[in-house]
Design a protein around this ligand. Structure first.
Ligand SMILES: [Zn+2]
Length: 123
């Protein structure tokens, strides 16, 4: 693995070969989710389009895992501010969009108490 040391700056992140995958994946996800063909409604989802969500989530999740394993400092800083990976992971679990085996970023420390999520905001 080439990038085992954590990068410390955004410049390192932008020079990472995975940045192309990241851009391509996010562009593709935005296109798909805004597609009138697959997602004509903002209220309901066609049954035939549900399968698209799983595959787009798996691709997006690879960005999280790459960031976690190769750009840990940036990941941690951003995650501490936004909980984006945490929220995304909760989302895919809630709607069974990915298998648990593929959720490899260790952020699920509170998953043993599924009902405790309500009052954990407001620090
Ligand atoms: Zn990278």
């Amino acid at each position: 693995m080439a990038g085992t040391q954590a990068c410390c700056c955004v410049c390192c992140l932008l020079q990472c070969p995975a940045i192309d995958y990241t851009r391509h994946t996010l562009d593709g996800a935005a296109c798909l989710l805004n597609s009138n063909k697959y997602f004509p409604s903002r209220v309901s989802i066609k049954e035939s389009s549900v399968g698209k969500l799983g595959s787009v989530c798996r691709r997006i999740y690879r960005i999280f895992s790459h960031a976690y394993f190769h750009h840990r400092q940036i990941f941690d800083k951003y995650e501490n501010e936004t909980f984006l990976c945490h929220r995304f992971t909760r989302f895919v679990m809630k709607y069974n969009l990915m298998s648990k085996d593929n959720l490899i970023v260790p952020i699920m420390e509170d998953e043993t108490n599924p009902n405790e999520a309500e009052g954990e905001n407001d620090a």
